[in-house]
Design a protein around this ligand. Structure first.
Ligand code: SF4
Length: 233
Protein backbone atom coordinates (compact mmCIF):
# COMPACT_ATOMS: atom_id res chain seq x y z
CA UNK A 1 0.00 0.00 0.00
CA UNK A 2 1.47 3.36 -1.06
CA UNK A 3 0.79 5.90 1.68
CA UNK A 4 2.85 8.93 0.74
CA UNK A 5 3.00 10.71 -2.58
CA UNK A 6 3.53 14.01 -4.35
CA UNK A 7 1.06 15.53 -6.78
CA UNK A 8 3.09 18.00 -8.80
CA UNK A 9 0.47 19.31 -11.22
CA UNK A 10 -2.52 21.64 -10.98
CA UNK A 11 -2.78 22.05 -7.19
CA UNK A 12 0.72 20.89 -6.19
CA UNK A 13 0.68 19.14 -2.86
CA UNK A 14 1.92 16.24 -0.86
CA UNK A 15 -0.60 13.55 -0.02
CA UNK A 16 -0.73 11.00 2.78
CA UNK A 17 -3.07 8.06 3.08
CA UNK A 18 -3.36 7.52 6.83
CA UNK A 19 -5.25 4.80 8.68
CA UNK A 20 -7.99 5.31 11.22
CA UNK A 21 -10.54 3.15 12.99
CA UNK A 22 -12.59 2.85 9.81
CA UNK A 23 -15.45 4.61 8.11
CA UNK A 24 -18.41 5.05 10.46
CA UNK A 25 -20.79 4.81 7.50
CA UNK A 26 -19.57 1.98 5.25
CA UNK A 27 -22.79 1.91 3.24
CA UNK A 28 -21.76 3.50 -0.06
CA UNK A 29 -22.52 0.74 -2.55
CA UNK A 30 -19.44 1.33 -4.71
CA UNK A 31 -16.83 1.54 -1.95
CA UNK A 32 -14.49 -1.05 -0.52
CA UNK A 33 -11.60 1.16 0.50
CA UNK A 34 -13.12 1.54 3.96
CA UNK A 35 -11.46 -1.86 4.52
CA UNK A 36 -8.22 0.05 5.17
CA UNK A 37 -8.88 0.36 8.91
CA UNK A 38 -7.64 -0.84 12.28
CA UNK A 39 -9.32 -0.58 15.68
CA UNK A 40 -5.99 -0.44 17.55
CA UNK A 41 -5.13 3.24 17.99
CA UNK A 42 -1.51 2.45 18.99
CA UNK A 43 -0.95 0.62 15.72
CA UNK A 44 -2.59 3.39 13.71
CA UNK A 45 -0.50 6.07 15.42
CA UNK A 46 2.71 4.13 14.76
CA UNK A 47 1.84 3.67 11.10
CA UNK A 48 0.66 7.26 10.63
CA UNK A 49 3.77 8.62 12.33
CA UNK A 50 6.00 6.74 9.88
CA UNK A 51 3.99 8.10 6.94
CA UNK A 52 3.95 11.69 8.23
CA UNK A 53 7.74 11.55 8.67
CA UNK A 54 8.02 11.56 4.88
CA UNK A 55 6.29 14.94 4.57
CA UNK A 56 8.80 17.61 3.54
CA UNK A 57 6.54 20.66 3.17
CA UNK A 58 7.84 21.19 -0.36
CA UNK A 59 4.62 22.90 -1.49
CA UNK A 60 3.29 24.01 1.90
CA UNK A 61 0.18 22.09 0.91
CA UNK A 62 -0.78 18.69 2.34
CA UNK A 63 -3.76 16.47 1.62
CA UNK A 64 -4.71 13.93 4.27
CA UNK A 65 -6.98 11.05 3.32
CA UNK A 66 -7.97 8.06 5.42
CA UNK A 67 -10.56 5.94 3.61
CA UNK A 68 -13.31 7.52 5.66
CA UNK A 69 -13.80 10.78 7.54
CA UNK A 70 -11.12 12.77 9.40
CA UNK A 71 -12.55 12.17 12.88
CA UNK A 72 -11.82 8.43 12.55
CA UNK A 73 -8.10 9.25 12.69
CA UNK A 74 -8.37 9.96 16.40
CA UNK A 75 -6.90 12.75 18.50
CA UNK A 76 -3.34 11.43 18.61
CA UNK A 77 -3.02 11.21 14.85
CA UNK A 78 -4.65 14.63 14.39
CA UNK A 79 -2.09 16.04 16.84
CA UNK A 80 0.71 14.39 14.84
CA UNK A 81 -0.63 16.02 11.69
CA UNK A 82 -0.68 19.39 13.42
CA UNK A 83 2.91 18.96 14.69
CA UNK A 84 4.04 17.94 11.20
CA UNK A 85 2.22 20.85 9.59
CA UNK A 86 3.78 23.38 11.97
CA UNK A 87 7.24 21.87 11.65
CA UNK A 88 7.18 21.70 7.85
CA UNK A 89 5.52 25.04 7.18
CA UNK A 90 2.28 23.66 5.81
CA UNK A 91 -0.10 26.52 4.96
CA UNK A 92 -2.98 24.46 3.62
CA UNK A 93 -4.41 21.12 4.73
CA UNK A 94 -7.09 19.09 2.97
CA UNK A 95 -9.26 16.56 4.78
CA UNK A 96 -12.20 14.39 3.74
CA UNK A 97 -15.48 13.80 5.52
CA UNK A 98 -18.92 12.38 4.92
CA UNK A 99 -21.64 15.03 4.89
CA UNK A 100 -23.17 13.43 7.99
CA UNK A 101 -20.24 14.60 10.11
CA UNK A 102 -20.39 18.19 8.91
CA UNK A 103 -20.99 19.44 12.45
CA UNK A 104 -17.51 18.30 13.45
CA UNK A 105 -15.81 20.44 10.81
CA UNK A 106 -15.81 23.71 12.75
CA UNK A 107 -13.92 21.95 15.58
CA UNK A 108 -11.36 20.63 13.09
CA UNK A 109 -10.82 24.10 11.65
CA UNK A 110 -10.20 25.56 15.09
CA UNK A 111 -7.88 22.64 16.04
CA UNK A 112 -5.73 23.64 13.03
CA UNK A 113 -6.11 27.37 13.52
CA UNK A 114 -3.51 29.34 11.59
CA UNK A 115 -3.59 26.79 8.75
CA UNK A 116 -6.20 26.94 5.98
CA UNK A 117 -8.31 23.78 6.10
CA UNK A 118 -10.05 22.69 2.91
CA UNK A 119 -12.75 20.07 3.38
CA UNK A 120 -13.63 17.58 0.69
CA UNK A 121 -16.89 15.65 0.47
CA UNK A 122 -17.66 12.53 -1.54
CA UNK A 123 -20.74 13.85 -3.28
CA UNK A 124 -20.49 11.46 -6.26
CA UNK A 125 -23.33 13.09 -8.22
CA UNK A 126 -26.03 15.73 -7.91
CA UNK A 127 -28.49 13.26 -9.43
CA UNK A 128 -30.60 12.31 -6.42
CA UNK A 129 -31.84 8.99 -7.84
CA UNK A 130 -28.40 7.75 -8.74
CA UNK A 131 -26.74 9.04 -5.57
CA UNK A 132 -29.28 7.76 -3.10
CA UNK A 133 -31.14 5.00 -4.97
CA UNK A 134 -28.13 3.18 -6.41
CA UNK A 135 -25.00 4.48 -4.69
CA UNK A 136 -26.61 4.68 -1.20
CA UNK A 137 -24.63 7.77 -0.33
CA UNK A 138 -26.69 8.70 2.70
CA UNK A 139 -27.27 12.37 2.01
CA UNK A 140 -30.85 12.51 0.71
CA UNK A 141 -32.31 15.82 -0.33
CA UNK A 142 -29.16 17.89 0.10
CA UNK A 143 -28.81 20.98 -2.05
CA UNK A 144 -25.51 22.19 -3.53
CA UNK A 145 -25.77 25.31 -1.35
CA UNK A 146 -26.02 23.22 1.82
CA UNK A 147 -23.01 21.10 0.94
CA UNK A 148 -20.92 24.10 -0.10
CA UNK A 149 -21.59 25.74 3.27
CA UNK A 150 -19.28 23.15 4.88
CA UNK A 151 -17.05 21.85 2.07
CA UNK A 152 -14.73 23.60 -0.39
CA UNK A 153 -13.97 20.56 -2.55
CA UNK A 154 -15.99 17.61 -3.84
CA UNK A 155 -15.46 14.18 -5.37
CA UNK A 156 -17.64 12.91 -8.18
CA UNK A 157 -17.95 9.35 -9.45
CA UNK A 158 -17.84 8.69 -13.18
CA UNK A 159 -18.77 5.55 -15.09
CA UNK A 160 -21.48 3.63 -13.30
CA UNK A 161 -24.63 2.03 -14.64
CA UNK A 162 -27.43 4.50 -15.18
CA UNK A 163 -25.15 7.48 -15.70
CA UNK A 164 -25.16 9.49 -18.92
CA UNK A 165 -22.73 12.02 -20.32
CA UNK A 166 -25.30 14.76 -19.69
CA UNK A 167 -25.54 13.81 -16.03
CA UNK A 168 -21.75 13.86 -15.65
CA UNK A 169 -21.51 17.18 -17.45
CA UNK A 170 -24.10 18.67 -15.13
CA UNK A 171 -22.15 17.36 -12.11
CA UNK A 172 -18.96 18.97 -13.41
CA UNK A 173 -20.64 22.30 -14.17
CA UNK A 174 -22.46 22.49 -10.84
CA UNK A 175 -19.36 21.22 -9.05
CA UNK A 176 -17.28 24.05 -10.49
CA UNK A 177 -19.98 26.55 -9.64
CA UNK A 178 -20.21 25.58 -5.98
CA UNK A 179 -16.72 24.31 -5.06
CA UNK A 180 -13.18 25.61 -5.34
CA UNK A 181 -11.90 22.34 -6.78
CA UNK A 182 -13.43 19.02 -7.83
CA UNK A 183 -12.13 15.51 -8.44
CA UNK A 184 -13.65 13.15 -10.98
CA UNK A 185 -13.03 9.52 -10.01
CA UNK A 186 -13.53 7.05 -12.82
CA UNK A 187 -15.12 3.91 -11.39
CA UNK A 188 -12.62 1.04 -11.13
CA UNK A 189 -13.38 -2.61 -10.65
CA UNK A 190 -13.39 -3.56 -6.98
CA UNK A 191 -14.99 -6.08 -4.63
CA UNK A 192 -18.42 -4.39 -4.56
CA UNK A 193 -21.33 -5.28 -6.86
CA UNK A 194 -21.09 -1.83 -8.50
CA UNK A 195 -19.09 -2.34 -11.67
CA UNK A 196 -17.59 0.18 -14.09
CA UNK A 197 -19.81 0.81 -17.12
CA UNK A 198 -17.36 0.71 -20.02
CA UNK A 199 -19.68 2.51 -22.43
CA UNK A 200 -20.27 5.43 -20.06
CA UNK A 201 -16.53 5.65 -19.37
CA UNK A 202 -15.72 5.61 -23.10
CA UNK A 203 -18.21 8.44 -23.70
CA UNK A 204 -16.79 10.38 -20.78
CA UNK A 205 -13.26 10.02 -22.19
CA UNK A 206 -14.46 11.23 -25.57
CA UNK A 207 -16.84 14.04 -24.61
CA UNK A 208 -15.78 15.39 -21.22
CA UNK A 209 -12.19 14.42 -20.42
CA UNK A 210 -10.61 16.55 -23.19
CA UNK A 211 -12.59 19.61 -22.05
CA UNK A 212 -11.43 19.47 -18.44
CA UNK A 213 -8.10 17.68 -18.34
CA UNK A 214 -6.21 20.98 -18.46
CA UNK A 215 -8.53 22.77 -16.03
CA UNK A 216 -6.57 23.60 -12.88
CA UNK A 217 -9.68 23.20 -10.74
CA UNK A 218 -10.38 19.67 -11.92
CA UNK A 219 -8.48 16.51 -11.01
CA UNK A 220 -9.37 13.42 -13.02
CA UNK A 221 -8.42 10.02 -11.63
CA UNK A 222 -8.60 7.26 -14.20
CA UNK A 223 -6.99 4.77 -11.83
CA UNK A 224 -7.33 4.63 -8.03
CA UNK A 225 -3.62 5.33 -7.64
CA UNK A 226 -3.38 8.40 -9.89
CA UNK A 227 -2.94 10.50 -6.76
CA UNK A 228 0.19 8.38 -6.12
CA UNK A 229 -1.26 6.64 -3.04
CA UNK A 230 -3.38 3.52 -2.57
CA UNK A 231 -3.03 -0.04 -3.78
CA UNK A 232 -1.75 -0.50 -7.33
CA UNK A 233 -4.19 -2.51 -9.47
S1 SF4 B 1 -17.21 6.28 0.20
FE1 SF4 B 1 -16.41 7.16 2.10
S2 SF4 B 1 -18.25 7.43 3.40
FE2 SF4 B 1 -18.80 5.97 1.77
S3 SF4 B 1 -18.40 3.95 2.66
FE3 SF4 B 1 -16.55 4.56 1.51
S4 SF4 B 1 -15.23 5.50 3.05
FE4 SF4 B 1 -17.30 5.44 3.91
Amino acid sequence: MLRYGIISEKDPREIVLLRGTGCFYKKCAFCDYHLDACLDDDENVALNKSVLKQVTGVYGNLEVINSGSFHELGERTLSLIRETAREKGIKMLHFEAHYLVRDKIAGLRSFFSGIEVRMRVGLETFDENLREGYLKKGMPGVTPEEVARYFEEANFLVGVKGQTVDMILRDVELGLRYFKRITLNVMCDNTTPVKPDKEVIAEFMKEIYPKYILDNRVDILIHNTDFTVGTPE
